[in-house]
Ligand binder design. Structure first.
Ligand code: CP
Ligand code: NVA
Length: 309
């Protein structure tokens, strides 16, 4: 595996499947032993320019499970790229800690950290991608369906960071993905092209549409996310108008079929991108996704930290 996880593009199909297998193994092992000590005495630096519940807690817990610890550096702490350049932060942290986990705005800050750090750098969400979320989501699909290949996921809403990572991952592992967004909110063409390239090899079908019902037909999973991501709060009102036909609700679930499961990376806005009855209903897997953040990231860190000198 590469030194870093900056994007789903850093992983091959085999590496994703290997991480999922390890996630399941460690998930079972940690239930018996609580502490695994696969990376004793290590420390991870968590640089967060944006708020977080799931990502912060699960990375801190994952490090602890492996015998390590975490130091949280919030938005006011280090002024990444302002008080100090990104390369300087990366070089300094590399002298003290064993990995850097970063949630930032621009993707370029993740790649700059990775290029300048001698320790692994993990993308904990940026404006373009959320790869750790998608590893947890694939784990959830695998656990509930028994296999990844041939599953069909419908994404409805914004062609955002989570959607980008999902497209790339589905292309790599052979999951069929239908993405429904309003016009003008499609995922970037470059990401779609890359996902289609992967799909040619894996046999996945990846389609983009502006019609949520078309995308939902016979889907096994319906996935959505907030209409305005962190940093887009000023556009929230406009987006609420544009995105209304893309809500994940009972009508859309009826199109998908009676067994369809509901996915959402959380946090969610009930009554906006998803109805409360779908989010909180019996077909919702959102808390399994949230739990699997821990299991997927524990496995990821175990692999990345096993290469340290
Ligand atoms: N899904 C997710 O990344 O949640 P947080 O923003 O709370 O970390
Ligand atoms: N697209 C959302 C995901 C939050 C986990 C955001 O970037 O705010």
């Amino acid at each position: 595996m590469n030194k870093d996880l900056t994007s789903i593009n850093d992983l091959s199909q085999e590496e994703i499947l290997g991480l999922l297998k390890k996630s399941i193994e460690l998930k079972q092992e940690v239930k018996k032993q609580r502490r695994l000590d696969l990376a004793p005495g290590t420390m991870g630096a968590l640089i967060f320019e944006k708020p977080s519940l799931r990502t912060r807690v699960t990375f801190e817990k994952a490090l602890q499970d492996l015998g390590g610890s975490a130091i949280y550096l919030g938005p006011a702490d280090i002024g990444l790229g302002k008080r100090e350049t990104v390369p300087d932060v990366a070089r300094n942290l590399s002298r003290w800690v064993d990995c850097i986990i970063a949630r930032v705005f621009e993707h370029s800050k993740i790649t700059e950290l990775a290029e300048n750090a001698t320790v692994p750098v993990v993308n904990a969400l940026c404006d373009e991608e959320h790869p750790c979320q998608i590893l947890a989501d694939l784990l959830t699909v695998l656990e509930f369906r028994g296999s990844l290949e041939g599953a069909t996921i419908c994404w409805t809403g914004d062609g955002n960071n989570v959607c980008n990572s999902l497209m790339l991952a589905c292309g790599l592992v052979g999951i069929n993905l239908r993405v429904a967004t309003p016009k003008g909110f499609e995922p970037p063409q470059a990401v779609a092209n890359r996902a289609l390239e992967y799909a040619k090899k894996s046999g996945a079908s990846i389609t983009l549409t502006n019609d949520a019902s078309d995308a939902a037909r016979d889907a096994d999973f319906l996935y959505t996310d907030v209409w305005a991501s962190m940093g887009q709060e000023g556009e929230a009102e406009h987006r609420r108008q544009v995105f209304r036909p893309y809500q994940l609700n009972r009508e859309l679930m009826a199109v998908a079929g009676s067994d369809a499961k509901v996915l959402h990376c959380l946090p969610a806005h009930r009554g906006e991108e998803i109805s409360a009855e779908c989010l909180d209903g019996p077909q919702s897997l959102v808390l399994d996704q949230a739990e699997n953040r821990l299991h997927a990231q524990r496995a990821l860190l175990a692999v990345l930290l096993s290469h340290r000198k």
